[in-house]
Ligand binder design. Sequence first.
Ligand SMILES: Cc1cc2nc3c(=O)[nH]c(=O)nc-3n(C[C@H](O)[C@H](O)[C@H](O)COP(=O)(O)OP(=O)(O)OC[C@H]3O[C@@H](n4cnc5c(N)ncnc54)[C@H](O)[C@@H]3O)c2cc1C
Ligand SMILES: *[C@@H]1O[C@H](CO)[C@@H](O)[C@H](O)[C@H]1NC(C)=O
Ligand SMILES: *[C@@H]1O[C@H](CO)[C@@H](O)[C@H](O)[C@H]1NC(C)=O
Ligand SMILES: *[C@@H]1O[C@H](CO)[C@@H](O)[C@H](O)[C@H]1NC(C)=O
Ligand SMILES: *[C@@H]1O[C@H](CO)[C@@H](O)[C@H](O)[C@H]1NC(C)=O
Length: 507
Amino acid sequence: MMAEFAQPPPPARWLLFLTVAVGGMRTEPSFAAAGDAAPPGKIAVVGAGIGGSSVAYFLQQHFGPQVQLDVYEKAVVGGRLATVTVNKQSYESGGAFFHSLNLHMEDFVQQLGLKHRREVAGKSAIFTGEQFVLEETDWYLLNLFRLWWHYGMSFLRLQMWVEEVMEKFMRIYRYQAHGYAFSHLEELLRSLGGDTFVNMTQRSVVESLLEVGVTQRFIDDVIMAILRANYGQSVLVPAFAGAMLLAGAQGNRWAVEGGNKLVCSGLLKLTKANIIHARVTTISLHSSEGKPLYQVHYENEDGPGSNFYDIVVIATQLHDSKNNITFQNFDPPIAEFPGTFHTTVTSIVHGYLNSSYFGFPDPKLFPFASVLTTEAPGLFFNSMDNICPINISNTFKRKQPQEAAVWRVHSQHPLEKQELKMLFRSYYSVQVTEWQVCPDYGSVKNLPPIILHDSLFYLNTMEWAASSMEMSAVAAKNVALLAYNRWNHDVEKIDQKDLMHKVKTEL
Ligand SMILES: Cc1cc2nc3c(=O)[nH]c(=O)nc-3n(C[C@H](O)[C@H](O)[C@H](O)COP(=O)(O)OP(=O)(O)OC[C@H]3O[C@@H](n4cnc5c(N)ncnc54)[C@H](O)[C@@H]3O)c2cc1C
Ligand SMILES: *[C@@H]1O[C@H](CO)[C@@H](O)[C@H](O)[C@H]1NC(C)=O
Ligand SMILES: *[C@@H]1O[C@H](CO)[C@@H](O)[C@H](O)[C@H]1NC(C)=O
Ligand SMILES: *[C@@H]1O[C@H](CO)[C@@H](O)[C@H](O)[C@H]1NC(C)=O
Ligand SMILES: *[C@@H]1O[C@H](CO)[C@@H](O)[C@H](O)[C@H]1NC(C)=O
């Protein structure tokens, strides 16, 4: 599979770890038979993005197929995994790539019989608003060996730092394969990387990189450009989220043939979850025979309605007043969720690039498929890519810069007409999506809770550590295990210390 990408293989240490982790997943015991408590009757999931659809899958894996799963979705299945159509072809407009070490995503794709999309070679470069400072010789930014002589040790130190964080992070797969869950995000992070990991959600990526000896110049020229390309984030991104983003930039990226959102619809189909197209408005607490019972109130074109559940998982952001879910009868009340989300605008433009703007009067000579940017006054976009459709034939060739092509432009604000006219000589169409892309990490002091009440869980807490498809899937597995272990009063499998040692002796 990987050979199709013509990418260098991942570093050997990661490979070794990968084998161990996947091996751990395969030996997963059948939890469905292990519990002695009567299984829950009905479970609700709010949101059908990758978080909601993967938690439905994991909940069924643990509780068994007899449990009824209702998944509420107010808009479309996939959430931030979405496509837009241009000229009868579809293109990713939201979450675009994952990494080959994203083991849950890899596993879903395999289980569902989906395929990796062929990646079409194209060069990237960093634009300062006046000129290109770094041009790539190969495919994606950090494959760039020129970095070596340009920045020397900084490049190596960056790689070692990212690799160390990833290696520790990947312990989660073994813990999860052994059925261990965490009731707080801090606990989860601490068990993977000690207090350092917890601290990494509070200090900036710049601080951490300077500490390991990466130079300010490398940060300004390169790290900044990568963070900006990742939804316009700044160097203020916390170290943990930053490490995850930088790991994602290190080659080995891929996407799903036919669109990443196929993972969501596929998982929901596989679990035979009942999809209810409605907006959840309120969750209220009742009880039955000493057990909590949650009433989920919803609204759709047919008017309001409600259903009762033993377990509820919220798989969307709660800080967001647009989602607007209220909690009733809880004592103590479920507090408001502070914090704001970062907005990024994606414009999918079908048109002719104005290569003059980039200093190439002759469009035929414009060599880049991907333009990253540094922070510079007057630059009104964060990155732009000449993109390929979600389903491509073997003969597909990326459009040449002198041809009409489809470009994905990320910016902080919707592009003005004159800004579009700067980037494009002319264009046929522009489709704009304004995303609430990821948290403004600085906007909260403490990470939100995972357990809101006995059997009421909040999956998207995870995003406040780092936000990606795989992070949502990891959070989903944690919530499913947490719900299952709590249902069966299996306290040994929750918040255990010294797990590295425990999972070794359990094998
Ligand atoms: C432009 C962009 C680029 C990205 N690039 C990448 C990338 O390259 N790689 C990567 O890994 N990640 C990327 N991401 C991040 C990734 O897409 C997200 O982290 C991930 O998709 C989040 O999934 P989720 O299920 O947790 O949330 P969401 O996808 O937001 O799902 C939540 C769902 O809940 C629904 N909902 C909300 N409120 C209610 C309600 N009251 N009732 C019923 N339903 C409700 C919403 O409609 C939505 O469908 C990108 C994101 C964006 C926007
Ligand atoms: C984490 O941060 C606290 C407070 O900022 C500090 O005292 C502690 O030494 C840090 N721990 C590690 C392991 O970095
Ligand atoms: C939020 O919910 C309340 C009550 O359900 C409703 O009146 C209001 O219109 C909702 N707001 C949004 C932005 O959906
Ligand atoms: C293209 O870029 C050049 C140089 O920045 C600019 O003068 C021109 O107005 C742009 N637009 C078009 C349509 O050529
Ligand atoms: C991709 O999908 C579109 C829309 O369904 C279709 O028109 C096109 O032929 C497909 N292309 C390939 C190569 O499968």
